[in-house]
Write a protein that binds this ligand. Structure first.
Ligand SMILES: [Zn+2]
Length: 199
């Protein structure tokens, strides 16, 4: 496969790929910047061809992922049904891609991208990273005046450095569809309620 020209690459980063053809929709989530012909099952990691509608290994129907939402994943997590949560790279229907990019760039150091995609634990890690960065800068004068403080600053700087690199990697991941977002199908009883309302 030849790589798409630069302007297509830029266009795809800014705008998600829109395919209205229902047949193509099934594989759309797996399309990435390099235009590869295989897709990786988000549940088991097994490789499937783009034209396969379900995973040959675990039987996950790929088109069902279009109905999976990030909100449902948070509900599953609360109910301790973590095995029903799937990490996908496509933006789910209840989230906005431009918002994700914006939050990553503007509030990335506070874990904005993780709070937005309801990956709370990672968000809290980022907040702790920011607290460390802030206290190292704020108390720098005092810490550097003592010997133990200097050691503390040196150790802390390693963590802050790692945290900064994580943030930059997140920006790259978000822009190249590599950032993982937890999704799940809404619980079954909710679907039944929705159907009853339709009647
Ligand atoms: Zn699978």
């Amino acid at each position: 496969m030849t790589k798409p020209p630069m302007f297509i690459l830029i266009k795809r980063v800014i705008k998600p790929i829109k395919i209205d053809n229902s047949v193509k929709k099934e594989y759309a989530f797996a399309m990435n910047l390099t235009g590869r012909q295989t897709q990786k099952c988000p549940r088991c990691g097994c490789k499937a061809l783009l034209n396969q509608y379900k995973c040959p290994e675990c039987g996950l129907v790929f088109s069902k992922l279009d109905m999976a939402t990030n909100k449902a994943a948070a509900e599953r997590y609360k109910k301790h049904e973590r095995n029903k949560i799937i990490m996908i790279r496509k933006t789910p229907p209840d989230l906005k891609r431009w918002k994700l990019i914006l939050y990553t760039v503007l509030f990335g150091l506070f874990g904005g991208q993780y709070f937005y995609t309801r990956r709370w634990w990672w968000g809290i890690f980022y907040l702790l990273g920011f607290a460390l960065l802030f206290s190292l800068v704020y108390f720098n004068g005092y810490l550097m005046s003592t010997e133990w403080g200097e050691t503390l600053v040196n150790v802390g700087a390693v963590f802050v450095g790692a945290y900064g690199i994580c943030w930059m990697l997140d920006i790259v991941r978000v822009c190249t569809y590599k950032f993982k977002i937890p999704v799940s199908l809404p619980s079954e009883n909710k679907v039944v309620v929705a159907k009853e309302e339709e009647k």
